[in-house]
Design a protein around this ligand. Structure first.
Ligand code: BGC
Ligand code: BGC
Length: 847
């Protein structure tokens, strides 16, 4: 192992130092006082360049025995495989972009279904289609009619809170809620149920558990982690892996109710500076090890079969290309004996790589490339290099062996086609009552009570008003990674058998002889005895959930008024928050009599009523058991103080608190959501709205309306959209015109472009132009697509895939005008909103 071992003298402040240790010198760490000038080993310099020192990491023993018969078989296969077959094993394609025929032709080792893919091009395909697709792909992979050894492929899916891509499956609370619950035994049950439900539809591999230890909850993926506390995360991981895979000695998973797991994302996905998704972490190697590395120990001790590498970087070096961490720490030092998979085109972000070519990742220790839509160039590139001898055959054989070992442990070589395996096609197991009961228990146990001025539990006999915008919305209570990638575009009809929070409350109140009404805005005709106001975040997943501040988006704060109005009428109010993370919510805490956090509970909303609604004699049926899995902020930045610390949570025996009003901030002014470029009639902070014509001189920045531009050819006025004057209307008499949004600094939407994100343009058109196109402009680059702007009496949200702008020439890493609408001829239209997102009403074809 390469390690720098000289000594240099530098000055530093209060850091923990590791010496130039060898394995014989286990612990040379010393604490130095601030500002000491001392001898510091060159390893510190190395870590500043993203180079780890494996010797300071804990060592483990991978407990999965190598079965002699499997080993002999694998050696035989390896000897028989052509170089093409070997390289094929290293590549994983997404269902979006691969056919069973491709799998056969290229001997692909694996397929996955990403957040937006599904069998037959349908993200919402019914369960039987999944099993049919599993059979089809499997049969192609083992088809040896044109020669070859026919290695069965393994199919991976993001079953991250239950088998969460499948309609009708049991949806458990997202990990952050499970962290609040503090119940290791239940975690194992959840893992076991998830594995069973996956097996019903024929997949063998889940990309779970996420063992991120989020340190900054502005990160949009924070809810995928159990807690900010490494020990809590570490205490869960082994149980989840065991639930999914069974005990480490298991060597034939598919004969039992199991799948293989993947701990992700190695390493420090939750440790990026400012919580930026796929960002950089500049922490010390000790923090890397002690915070983010901690959960990998128990995962390896339980024999986790795969580890997924993080998109993020450490000291500027992308994890996917970091040999010292992937090979040095994970494989060698920690003895991880399964295989390593990279993340969605993450190899393309490694220095010197592209999405199509990255031998560096293999050399760093990646065994399987997640190359969703790039599998063919990645395969061809690896193959050419292998043939030319520029990547060593030994590394390829090593990676193939690791993949085949995991396939052997699964029992894949003898399991037959998916539909012939145990549990396959038993659709009644999806959302089975006994599975839902476990999920409901988890919901109950994850509820955290932050305030109770004596009004909980609610007596069931009276009249309950359920208000707020989130009470009867199962998609919302389930969050991202639910049926669709971002969890958007689905409604209650997509969740057969599930219970919304409202349904649960109604059932509990009626069972106790009372009545309940659902009224989102809180209005009522018959005065209620009590109200529950359900509010909070709406679904998001990767990077769409990143925020600059720990606050609800302004449009989600209306329920605060509802709480105040009900209180003003003397009605006792319980505020119930649906959220993926602790957020500033002082207005609700101040105004409501009681406040509970439900996190993202999933399909069993009834678990909430179990705790909030008491029995007919006024006693609680279930007590609050949840404790905060992370600090709750006092303001919109955690650095400004903790309101409730990690571990806080009241129950029915807690003494009365006495309430001192919390400070309330103006959060409307926060530049929170970097995806929103134009709304409510105005560009976002740092953006400007421009109208330009044929020459650069013909340019007007629109600040107030009415305004004129293009020498009088264009008139700009206000139009109503969502709010009064919430849109800008452009009436152009003749000629060419261009409406643009410009940012002070060039905008980089590369990571959004890699995924299925769109530019969403909400427009109403009174008069169509002769022709129009939509696109983006960078320094010396531009990408456009035609937009015919049909006349419409309503505002319509159009979406252009960012991929289309890129493929049409825009440099998405540096856009000066990320939104441009060019028209020619007389036209009359209004823009209501411009933003990034996934929920288009109409997707424009890329032309
Ligand atoms: C995510 C992973 C996920 C993979 C497949 C990636 O973008 O980071 O967590 O497993 O996609 O959907
Ligand atoms: C896929 C996700 C993936 C993401 C990568 C999306 O298009 O559906 O599965 O995680 O891209 O950023």
């Amino acid at each position: 192992m390469a390690r720098l071992c000289g000594w240099i003298t530098i000055s530093f402040a209060g850091a923990l130092l590791a010496g130039c240790a060898s394995s014989q010198q286990p612990d040379l760490a010393v604490t130095q006082s601030a500002d000491a000038t001392i001898e510091q080993p060159a390893v510190a310099l190395a870590s500043a360049q993203g180079m780890a020192n494996p010797d300071i990491w804990p060592a483990y023993d991978y407990p999965v025995p190598l079965q002699p018969d499997d080993e002999a078989r694998i050696a035989g296969l390896l000897a028989a495989m052509t170089i093409e077959e070997k390289v094929g094993q290293l590549v994983q394609a997404d269902l979006c972009c691969v056919t069973p025929e491709d799998v056969k032709t290229y001997n692909l080792g694996s397929i996955l279904v990403g957040g937006n893919s599904g069998p037959n091009g349908n993200d919402l395909s019914p369960a039987p289609d999944w099993l049919a697709a599993a059979d089809e792909f499997y049969l192609s992979s083992v088809d040896t009619s044109d020669g070859g050894v026919g290695i069965p492929l393994v199919w991976g899916t993001d079953a991250v809170h239950g088998h969460s891509n499948i309609i009708g499956a049991t949806l458990f609370p997202h990990n952050i809620g499970l962290g609040a619950m503090r119940d290791v035994a239940l975690i194992e049950k959840i893992g076991a149920i998830t594995a069973k439900e996956i097996r019903v539809t024929g997949q063998e591999w889940t990309f779970a558990p996420t063992v991120a230890v989020p340190q900054d909850f502005r990160w949009g993926r924070a809810y995928e982690g159990y807690s900010s506390d490494p020990d809590l995360v570490a205490s869960y991981v082994g149980a989840m892996v065991r639930g999914l895979q069974g005990p480490p000695g298991n060597d034939d998973l598919l004969s039992g109710p199991y799948v293989i797991a993947s701990t992700k994302h190695f390493l420090a996905d939750g440790g990026t500076d400012n919580g930026v998704d796929q960002g950089d972490s500049s922490i010390s190697e000790e923090d890397l090890r002690d915070i983010h590395g901690k959960p990998y120990g128990p995962a390896i001790a339980e024999g986790v079969s795969t580890v997924m590498i993080s998109f993020s970087s450490w000291h500027g070096k992308k994890m996917t290309g970091n040999k010292s961490l992937v090979t040095g720490v994970l494989k060698d030092r920690m003895d991880f004996g399964g295989f390593v998979v990279s993340d969605w085109n993450a190899h393309g972000q490694v220095a010197g790589c592209t999405n199509e070519s990255c031998p560096q990742a293999l050399m760093a220790g990646i065994d399987m490339y997640m190359a969703p839509d790039t599998w063919k160039p990645v395969y061809e590139d690896l193959l050419a290099r292998a043939k030319a001898g520029t990547i060593p055959m030994a590394r390829i054989d090593d990676a193939v062996t690791k993949i085949l070992r995991v396939k052997g442990r699964l029992g894949l070589f003898d399991a037959g086609k998916p539909s012939d395996r145990p549990l396959s096609g038993q659709y009644e197991l999806l959302g089975a009552p006994e599975h839902r009961a476990v999920a409901r228990e988890a919901v109950r146990k994850s509820l955290v009570l932050l305030k109770n001025e004596g009004i909980l539990p609610i007596a069931p006999g009276g009249r309950l008003l359920v208000a707020g915008d989130g009470a009867d919305d199962i998609a919302r209570q389930s969050g991202g990674w639910t049926l669709t990638w971002q969890g958007t575009g689905v409604d209650n009809s997509h969740f057969p058998g599930a219970t919304s929070i409202w349904d649960g409350l109604k059932q509990a109140v009626e069972a106790g002889g009372g009545s309940a009404v659902h009224s989102p805005d809180g209005s009522f005709t018959q005065r209620p005895d009590a109200a529950v106001v359900v509010f909070g975040e709406t679904p998001y997943a990767e990077f769409q959930g990143d925020r600059a501040a720990l606050a609800l988006d302004p449009e989600l704060t209306k329920p605060y008024d509802t709480i105040r109005e009900l209180k003003a009428k003397g009605i006792p109010v319980v505020a119930l928050m649906v959220t993926g993370r602790p957020l500033y919510t002082n207005p609700a805490l101040n105004a409501a009599d009681a406040f509970a956090v439900a996190w993202l509970p999933g399909s069993e909303g009834g678990g909430i009523a179990d705790v909030l609604i008491g029995d007919t004699s006024g006693n609680a049926r279930y007590d609050f058991a949840g404790k905060l899995p992370a600090d709750w902020p006092r303001t919109t930045l955690l650095s400004e103080g903790v309101l409730y610390p990690y571990g806080y949570g009241l129950d029915y025996s807690s003494p009365a608190q006495g309430w001192a009003a919390l400070p309330e901030l103006d959060t409307e002014a926060l530049a929170g959501d970097s995806r929103l470029w134009f709304s409510a009639g105005a560009p976002a902070a740092r953006w400007s709205l421009l109208v330009t014509g044929e020459t650069t001189g013909e340019q007007t920045r629109i600040t107030t309306v009415p305004a004129e531009a293009l020498g009088g050819r264009a008139r700009i006025t206000a139009e109503n959209y969502l709010v009064q004057e919430g849109a800008r209307r452009f009436t152009i008499a003749s000629g060419n015109a261009s409406v643009q949004l410009r940012n002070f600094e060039p905008v980089n939407i590369d990571r959004e472009t890699n995924a299925d994100i769109m530019l969403l343009v909400t427009a109403k058109v009174w008069e169509s132009p002769t022709s129009a196109r939509l696109g983006a402009i960078g320094e010396g680059s531009r990408g456009f697509t035609a937009f015919d702007m049909p006349q419409n009496d309503e505002f319509v949200r159009y979406g252009i895939p960012l991929k289309c702008l890129r493929s049409n020439g825009a440099d998405v890493t540096s856009l000066t005008q990320p939104f441009v609408l060019e028209t020619s001829g007389p036209t009359d239209f209004a823009l209501g909103e411009v933003r990034l997102g996934t929920d288009a009403q109409q997707i424009l074809p890329c032309s």
